[in-house]
Design a protein around this ligand. Sequence first.
Ligand code: HEC
Length: 193
Amino acid sequence: MIKKSLIFGTISILVAVFAYWGTSSGAKDCGGIPAEKVADMVHAVIQSHRTFYTVHVVERLQAKGVVVASENWRSENTLPLPAQFLKESARLPVNTSAKIGYKLVSLWPINKQNGPKTEFEQKGLLETLQHPDRPYTEVVMDGRNSYLQAMYADMAVSQACIGCHNAHPNSPKQNFRQNDVMGAMIVTVPLSQ
Ligand code: HEC
C-alpha cells in the first residue's frame, strides 16, 4: 500500500505542476519566463521525482525484501524500473493543456526505441556527451507549432545505474563507469499553441 500511494502521490504532484503551467495566464510565452528556463525547471522537478522514486521507493523496498523492480512489472507485480517510471509518467502531462513532454534517449539504448530518431536527438546526444555541464537546445517545428527542445546529459550517478546497464543483455555498451554520460533527458516545451 505504501508503495502505491507513494507512486501515485508522485505522479499527481507532477500532473499538478504541469496542469498549473498549462492553465496559468501566460501559457504561450511561459508566463514571461524564457522557455529555456521553463525547461530547466521541468528538468529539475523530474530529476527530483526520479531520484526520490529510485532511492526511497525502489532501493528501500528492495533492500527490505518487500518487492523488487523489474522490466515486466505489470505481469510480475513488481515495481517499474526508474526509466519505466519516467516513461509512464510522461504519458500523462502531454494530455493536459500544458503539452509538455520529456523522455530519455541514448546512443547506447537498452530499448532500441530510446535511440536517437531525429537530427536534433543525434546532434544533441553528441553535444551533451562533449559538454555534460550544459543543456543543448533547439527550436523545432511540427506543422505550424513550434517547440523548444532541451537536452540534458543523464549521468551514471550511482553504482546501480552502471551495474544494471552493463549487465543487461540488450545493452550495446557494457563498460559504463561511474559519472559517465549514459544518455540524455529531452524536455519539450511548447512555444505556440
Ligand atoms: C535495474 C536496472 C536499471 C537500473 C538500476 C537503471 N537502469 Fe536505466 N534502463 C534500464 C532499462 C531496462 C531501460 C530501458 C527501459 C525502456 O524499456 O524504455 C533503461 C533505460 C535507460 C535510459 C534510456 C536509454 C536506454 O538505455 O534504453 C537511460 C538514459 C538510462 N536508463 C539511464 C540510467 C541511469 C542514469 C541510471 C541510474 C540513475 C539507470 N539508468 C538505472 C535499466 C536500469
